[in-house]
Ligand binder design. Structure first.
Ligand code: NAD
Length: 411
C-alpha cells in the first residue's frame, strides 16, 4: 500500500525541482517540526480498561499556529498523520490564511464505542494534548469520524485543564460554544466554487455529470450543492455500495434514505453496485471524498472522468497522478479543492478572538472570494510552469511558506 507520507515528500521534491528551491529550506520541510504520541487509557462501559494510541503531528508554523483536524479511524498511522499535517501546511498557504499545518488522529473504530466511551476518549485526547495546543499554538478541528459534538467535549476538557475560556483552541465547534455559521458545509461550499471556476475555464455545460465517492460531511453537502446548481449526480458511494442513476440521483431522497437505513443501498429508482464502482462509471467529473489512495495503479485505467476534484486528502497516488496527467485528465488537488473547511475554521478563530459573530452571507462572501482567488492563482502557476494543477498549487504554497521561513531568519 502506498505510504502517504512518502507521497507528500515526493510531491515536495518535485516542486523543489520545478522551482529550483533552496535545499536548506526543503530539508526543513521534509519532516514535521514536532510529533506527539500519546497512550489513552479509557474505562470501557463493562469496567475494563482499553488503551488507545493518539497522535498529533505539528508540521510547520512559519505562517501561523499549526492547524488541522483530528481523525478517529482504525487505520490511522503516524505516517498518515504526518502526511496530512504536511498537506495542511500547503493548504493554508494556498488560500493565504495566516496558519500553519498540523494533524491529529486516534487509532480507533468509533462505531464500536458507546457514546459515553466516545466522550471519554475525546476528553482523554484533549487532556493529553493540552500542553501542546492553544489558540496561538496549535488549533485542532474535525476530520474523518469526528464532528462538532466531539469538538465541544474537547473544548470543555481543554478549558477545564487550563482553568479559563479559550474557544479559539479548536474549530468546528457547535454554534452554542462559539462555532461559526457555514463551517458544517464549508468544505463542500469551497469545493463548489472551485468546480465552478473549473467549469468556466473548460466551458463545461449545464448538466455536467458528477460521481462522488464518500457520502459523509464533505461528499453529502457537495452532492446537494451541485445538484441545486444544475449538475447531474450520476453516482454516489459510501463504504458499502455505489448507487447509480444515469438520469441523475435525487440527493435529498438519498440523504433521507441513508439517515433512516444507515446505507445508500436499495434506494428507490437507482441501481446498487459495489462500492468501488463509483470510480469507473461514465461521468465528466469524479470527486473522491472518502480516504487516501482511492485512485491507484490498480484501478486508474477504469476512470472515465475527464476531471478529478480531490475533496478527500491524498486520494490519488503519485503514480496514478502522473498517469492521469499523461492521459490529459485534469486533477484539481486536495490542497486547493478542500481548503474551504480550514478557511471557515480560520474565520471561526477570528470570531472567537474578537468575540463578535458574523452573518452567514458575510462568511459565504469571504469564502467565495478566497476560493475563486486561490483557483486563479493556482491556474496561473500551472500555466506558467506548464505542469499539473497539483504542482501549480505546491509551487504557490511552498513559495509562501519558504518566504515566511526566510523572513524569520530560520536559515
Ligand atoms: P466522513 O467521515 O464524514 O465521511 C467519509 C465518507 O467516506 C463516509 O460516507 C464513508 O462511508 C465513506 N467511505 C469510507 N471509505 C470508503 C470507500 N472505500 N468507498 C466509498 N466510500 C467510503 O469524512 P469527511 O469529513 O467527509 O472527510 C472525507 C475526506 O475529506 C477525508 O479525506 C478528509 O480528510 C477530507 N476533508 C474533510 C474536511 C471536512 O471539513 N470534513 C475538510 C477537508 C478535507
Amino acid at each position: 500500500m502506498n505510504n502517504p507520507f512518502e507521497s507528500a515528500q515526493k510531491q515536495l521534491r518535485d516542486v523543489q525541482k520545478l522551482l529550483n528551491l533552496d535545499d536548506n529550506i526543503v530539508r526543513q520541510l521534509m519532516q514535521p517540526k514536532r510529533v506527539i504520541e500519546v497512550a489513552l487509557p479509557i474505562r470501557m462501559d463493562d469496567g475494563s480498561i482499553e488503551v488507545f494510541t493518539g497522535y498529533r503531528s505539528q508540521f510547520n508554523d512559519a505562517r501561523g499556529p499549526f492547524k488541522g483536524g483530528i481523525r478517529f479511524h482504525p487505520d490511522v498511522t503516524l505516517d498518515e498523520v504526518k502526511a496530512l499535517s504536511a498537506w495542511m501546511t500547503w493548504k493554508t498557504a494556498v488560500v493565504k490564511i495566516p496558519l500553519g499545518g498540523g494533524k491529529g488522529g486516534v487509532v480507533v473504530d468509533p462505531k464500536k464505542l458507546s457514546l459515553a466511551e466516545l466522550e471519554r476518549l475525546s476528553r482523554a485526547y484533549a487532556r493529553a494534548l493540552a500542553p501542546f495546543i492553544g489558540p496561538d499554538v496549535d488549533v485542532p478541528a474535525p476530520d474523518v469520524s469526528t464532528d462538532s459534538r466531539i469538538m465541544g467535549w474537547m473544548l470543555d476538557e481543554y478549558e477545564a485543564v487550563i482553568g479559563r475560556k479559550a474557544p479559539g483552541v479548536i474549530t468546528g465547534k457547535p454554534l452554542s460554544l462559539g462555532g461559526s455559521l457555514v463551517r458544517d458545509y464549508a468544505t463542500a461550499q469551497g469545493a463548489f466554487y472551485v468546480i465552478d471556476e473549473l467549469a468556466k475555464k473548460y466551458h463545461l455545460p449545464k448538466g455536467t455529470r458528477v460521481a462522488i465517492q464518500g457520502f459523509g460531511n464533505g461528499g453529502s453537502f457537495l452532492a446537494k450543492i451541485l445538484a441545486e446548481a444544475g449538475y447531474i449526480l450520476v453516482a454516489i458511494a459510501d463504504s458499502r455500495s455505489t448507487v447509480y442513476r444515469e438520469e441523475g440521483l435525487d440527493v435529498d431522497e438519498l440523504i433521507a434514505h441513508k439517515k433512516v437505513t444507515g446505507t445508500l443501498k436499495n434506494c428507490v429508482g437507482c441501481e446498487s453496485l459495489p462500492s468501488e464502482a463509483v470510480l469507473s462509471v461514465p461521468t465528466d467529473i469524479l470527486v473522491p471524498a472518502a480516504l487516501e489512495n482511492a485512485l491507484h495503479s490498480g484501478n486508474k485505467e477504469g476512470v472515465q472522468a475527464k476531471y478529478i476534484v480531490e475533496l478527500a486528502n491524498g486520494p490519488v497516488t503519485p503514480e496514478a497522478d502522473q498517469w492521469f496527467f499523461d492521459k490529459g485528465v485534469v486533477v484539481i488537488p486536495d490542497i486547493l479543492a478542500n481548503a474551504g473547511g480550514v478557511t471557515v475554521s480560520y474565520y471561526e478563530q477570528v470570531q472567537n478572538a474578537t468575540n463578535f459573530y458574523w452573518e452567514e452571507s458575510q462568511i459565504l462572501g469571504m469564502l467565495e472570494k478566497t476560493m475563486r482567488t486561490a483557483f486563479m492563482k493556482v491556474a496561473q502557476y500551472q500555466e506558467r510552469y506548464n505542469t499539473t494543477y497539483r504542482m501549480g498549487a505546491y509551487a504557490l504554497a511552498v513559495r509562501r511558506v519558504a518566504k515566511a521561513m526566510k523572513n524569520r531568519g530560520s536559515i
